[in-house]
Design a protein around this ligand. Structure first.
Ligand SMILES: [Mg+2]
Length: 361
């Protein structure tokens, strides 16, 4: 089998913004330029909040001005009910919006439902139905429509179908950093156990569901400086109420980890949502290392399991929207550190990395 290959930039150009909300196209304003105008404080607004939507609207409107168009409506493609659903609702305060959120559930019969302007589907293939629905709604894909495409687990690594390799890249990065900080002989099983446990929603009020903090806490546990049971008990009993409290309570950290604790604590104090940058830089390497790895002729099942590929349904929708004159914009909460080459290093940003385009095997 010969695979089709492309990079997202073939469709999006540099109309892409990662977590920092600084568009890759230098002609577009980003958070630093908009902060004052919008009366925003320091820090990066989190996805799904009203401030996040206000910044995105300004960026989209500026992109439309470059094209000599206005921003009259938005179509949003994503993969998570919570984050993407809230983002759609927040954008809806400023412009009419329709959304499509999918996660492949092979075990269940194909199903979709529409709620508050969003179609939720358990097959990426139901995107065809979404196109029909937009027509029924009289919601045209035209010059004054912006199509916002989430990247992580939507444009590539489709949730439920091809999201395994996206997660595997993160876990590989976490284990590499564990190896370098704790030494090659670190307790890999203990680290994995702690990572799995701390990823559980029970710990969200402690980690804020932030992978940087989950990985760092798992490192501390694997180093032997803080037992997992003690941490679990502390969080559920309310003795540890925040991550900075936990950091302050860690004693006897190995030297490498003690240095990182200072960095993480400092970034948290600044309101930086990506406090564990060394980990995220490895995630970038590991993610790139899973794109277009295998040669033509490799069975598609294997490619879907081991490689991160472009979602053909999203690609097709975007092609159609572009042909109809709509603006295409890639928007993702993926940290810039996990998506762009580190300063002075070679490598494409993820939206310029070549991938196979592959759907259901
Ligand atoms: Mg996503």
């Amino acid at each position: 089998m010969r695979y089709r290959r492309a990079c997202l930039a073939d469709l999006l150009g540099d109309f892409v913004a990662y977590r920092s909300l600084r568009p890759q196209d230098p002609r577009l304003p980003g958070l630093p330029e908009l902060q004052e105008e919008l009366g925003l404080g320091e820090g990066i607004p989190r996805k799904g909040t009203r401030d996040y939507a206000r910044v995105v609207i300004q960026i989209l409107a500026a992109a439309q001005r470059l094209r000599g168009e206005e921003l009259r409506r938005i179509v949003y493609l994503g993969d998570t009910r919570h984050n993407d659903g809230r983002t759609i609702a927040a954008l809806g305060e400023f412009a009419p919006v329709r959304g499509f959120i999918a996660a492949e559930e092979r075990g269940a019969p194909p199903a979709w439902e529409v709620r508050e302007g969003v179609m939720y589907a358990n097959r990426w293939g139901l995107m065809e139905r979404f196109l029909e629905w937009l027509q029924e709604e009289g919601f045209p894909l035209e010059g004054d429509t912006a199509v916002v495409v989430d990247l992580d687990k939507t444009a590539f690594g489709a949730r439920g179908r091809n999201s395994g390799p996206v997660d595997a890249a993160r876990v590989a990065a976490a284990e590499r950093i564990a190896g370098s900080v704790l030494g090659g002989e670190f307790d890999r099983e203990g680290f994995r156990r702690a990572y799995r446990e701390l990823n559980d929603p029970r710990y969200h009020r402690f980690t804020g569901d932030n992978q940087d903090l989950v990985v760092f806490a798992a490192l501390v546990v694997a180093s032997g400086a803080y037992a997992l049971e003690r941490l679990g008990d502390g969080v559920s009993a309310g003795r540890i109420r925040s991550f900075p409290e936990f950091l302050a309570a860690c004693e006897g950290l190995p030297p490498g980890l003690a240095g990182l604790r200072g960095e993480v604590a400092g970034a948290l104090a600044r309101g930086d949502p990506t406090p564990f940058k060394a980990f995220r830089r490895l995630e970038y390497e590991e993610t790139l290392a899973r794109m277009d790895v295998h040669p033509d002729g490799t069975p598609p099942e294997r490619v879907l399991t081991e490689e991160i590929v472009i979602t053909p349904e999203v690609w097709g929708f975007a092609e159609e929207a572009r042909a109809a004159g709509a603006l295409l914009f890639g928007l993702t909460d993926k940290p810039d550190e996990a998506s762009l080459p580190p300063q002075g290093r070679e490598g494409p940003p993820l939206h310029r990395a070549r991938m196979k385009i592959l759907g259901v095997a």
